[in-house]
Design a protein around this ligand. Sequence first.
Ligand code: HAM
Length: 419
Amino acid sequence: MIQRPRGTRDFGPAEMAKRRKVELAMREACSRFGFGEVVTPTFEHSELFTLRSGQSIVDEMYVFKDKGDREMALRPEITASVIRFYVNEMSTHPKPLKLYYVGNCFRYENPQSGRYREFFQIGAELIGSKNPETDAEVIALAVNCIRSAGLENFVVRVGHIGVLKSLVREQIEDEKAAADVLRMIDKEDWDALGDMFDARVLPRKLFDRITAIADIKGGIEELNNLEDSEATRHLRELFDVLRLYGIEDCQVDLGIVRGLDYYTGMVFEIDAPKLGAEKQVLGGGSYALSELFGGEPVFSTGFAIGIDRVALAIDAERKIEPKPALDAYVIPTKDDMRKYAFGMVARLRSQGLRADVDLMRRTMSKNLKYASSLGARFAVIVGKEEMAKRSVTLRDMTSGKQEVVLADNIASEICKRMG
Ligand code: HAM
């Protein structure tokens, strides 16, 4: 038997019904906020991601040469593709441009629960500004997506990359060393950071300052522990707008550095604490990528949500109840009723109901068993006697209650009972 590759998954119909429910709720939130859907290729020239996404993403990329000897990569994320698309074809569109996407991404990571080599994101990018209000709009959308999906316990942390990035870059000239320091802060690996400071004889005062800033976590008043700057003013204004949007429970976290390298301003993450190690369900922030891809400079803010993790987190809170897969399953009582049954199922389908019919020539009891294994709400039993009266028997598969109804009214009779 050939097995699927490590870190990938197959999803059966029941699992997909749950996942689509979560995805659809988040898509609808994007539409409510005026975001339009875009689709970009699953693979891109690898350069698109190596230019700015950062070393940790590059190390995890699936890269291959195509038959024309061009280096390609399966997308590890979708932001870079959206901005490439914007630079190629949409740069003259009126701003702000609000785009969202849903798609699979690939990262060669060590697989574990909540961490896969192929995973699914829904994300949004607002292109055109880096005002506190555009950042707030994006955070409000993110929170709305997560809430609409049905997740109840989550923590929104908002920071500003400018504070730590400018401090580190000002004080550590060597670009690679500065990037290493930021990566260690992102991973909260204070031991490794301490060792690096010792090995490079970097000032201890800088280490203490970094850890003190990374420790600023809590309510907006935590910003009083920092001197006034563009970053603190930005965050204060942003929190004011969030409050007007009715979003009161965001925390400040100046320790957020993010694994991707392209962020320039506000950064934010959402965690679902129930998930344990892989609890981050969302990451995002403001960035400037268009110039790097050959376009005019423009600021954007966006996020991506790990659909797999949101579905896992909702499952950890309570089971996601997908709708039953079928409204009606049509059962002919005898062979000579088959043609009548096909006409009946066609009628149900044409009236918008999800309907199926016996295709295996089973007995009545086996058909009822099969219908219940499919999760059908009703069985529509077509027999000779009923046919003579232009009727069918409608069986509620949950209660077992049976009623004879007119065949012509079958769809409306089912809809009436489904409420
Ligand atoms: P990211 O933080 O790398 O950001 O990924 C976003 C989300 O994707 C994570 O919070 C997590 O839920 C999910 N995720 C990442 N890797 C895996 C994995 N191996 N298995 C399962 N889920 C995973 C981005 O991708 C940025 N493009 C976000 C963004 C958009 N920033 C601005 N615009």
